[in-house]
Design a binder for this molecule. Structure first.
Ligand SMILES: *Cc1c(COP(=O)(O)O)cnc(C)c1O
Length: 370
């Protein structure tokens, strides 16, 4: 039997309650204004988010998956093209590539790390490779400057999947500013989360931004002007208004996540059998997740559950082990397979208290101490 939850993995209701007056005021503003789609809140949020990402344009869309697929389509990626993607990621990264009719090709994580690197991508390049789609997994930028150099040298599109990396930096440059474009998700559990679905494409490329603006809105910028085979994927006014509140808190929330990560590092470092996440020089992760590795992961997870500590596994298998992409998986056991058997995400939220983090650390320490 598991104990009652003492430390939730992430309490989304508490994130609302912590700033309820501001969210409620945003709701009031939209309701009083009476404009629900493509209005002033979206425009303001797009400007504020573009600035936060250090780029010229942000285009709000319906969700993170659409942000990826629309960015790929706007950049001309489609049938006959191959896109390099991490083996170890959320399935959306691969689904976006499949949706535009291109072929996803797996790049294994760097040994000892979670992300793909420019060296791994260089080895995987093939004659049909047209784009590289790295994921800033768990909130750590995946080799941004080196991947940008590599893609420039080979004439490839670099599209960042920054769905987990709002506010992350490498060499003081924000996630979303390394590639030609980047896709963000505002799914509620992300560092910058809405109260529903949402996403954005960010880019410095004027033409690409305009094309995404058309594709998200029936192929045109204005009503009954249909210039492209577009669709409907918009970020509504309510979510944009909520996201403006949340964006104003992002730096403080990420600093609070950093404090949690620091406490984990200080308390758990050196436990034999436990590997903590590595932060290479120059990186400032957004700490979307705090992921440890342990050869006895399932036993550790069960032990923590009995102590009332909620944990999750992101993700249980590499994408090529799921049915839709099974044809892309090597027959042999891969680095990503091994990683997926060992990873465990500890509770992570800007609202965790030092006492709660101590409670997690006590429970983890207890597992490794006979
Ligand atoms: C959440 C996520 C997505 C998809 O975002 P949705 O808004 O849920 O569509 C894509 N890629 C990664 C890495 C994610 O974590």
């Amino acid at each position: 039997m598991n104990a009652p939850v003492a430390v939730p993995f992430l309490d989304l209701g508490a994130l609302y309650r912590a700033d309820a007056p501001d969210y409620d005021a945003a709701y009031r503003r939209v309701m009083d204004h009476g404009w629900w789609i493509q209005g002033p809140e979206l425009q303001a949020f797009e400007a504020e988010f573009a600035q936060a990402c250090g780029v010229a344009h942000a285009v709000g869309v319906g969700n993170g998956l659409d942000a990826l697929a629309l960015a790929l389509r706007a950049a001309g990626i489609g049938p006959g093209h191959e896109v390099l993607v991490p083996a170890h990621t959320f399935i959306a990264t691969w689904l976006a590539v499949a949706q535009v009719g291109a072929v996803p090709r797996a790049v294994e994580p760097a040994p000892g790390g979670f992300n793909i690197t420019a060296a791994g991508v260089a080895r995987a390049l093939g004659p049909h490779t047209r784009a590289v789609l790295p994921v800033h997994l768990y909130g750590q930028v995946a080799d941004g400057p080196a991947l940008a150099d590599l893609c420039r040298a080979h004439g490839l599109l670099l599209l960042e999947d920054a769905a987990q990396a709002h506010g992350a930096q490498q060499d003081r440059r924000p996630a979303g500013s390394f590639g030609t474009a980047a896709a963000f998700s505002f799914y509620p559990g992300k560092n910058l989360g809405a109260f529903g679905d949402g996403g954005a494409v960010v880019t410095d490329d004027d033409a690409l931004a305009e094309r995404v603006r058309k594709l998200r809105n029936y192929g045109g910028l204005q009503r009954y002007q249909h210039e492209e085979l577009g669709g409907n994927s918009r970020l509504d006014e309510l979510q944009a208004a909520f996201l403006r509140v949340r964006l104003a808190r992002l730096a403080a929330h990420n600093a609070a996540r950093q404090a949690v990560a620091t406490q984990y590092q200080q308390r758990l470092d050196g436990l034999p059998g436990l590997t903590l996440p590595d932060v290479p020089p120059g990186h400032q992760p957004a700490w979307h997740l705090y992921v440890v590795r342990c050869a006895h992961r399932d036993a550790l997870q069960a032990h923590l559950a009995r102590q009332g500590v909620q944990t999750l596994v992101h993700y249980p298998r590499p994408v090529y082990r799921f049915a839709p992409f099974a044809a892309h998986g090597p027959a042999h056991r891969t680095l990503a397979d091994a990683l997926c058997d060992e990873i465990l995400s500890l509770p992570m939220s800007p609202l965790l208290t030092p006492d709660q983090v101590d409670r997690v650390c006590d429970a983890v320490t207890d597992f490794f101490t006979p």
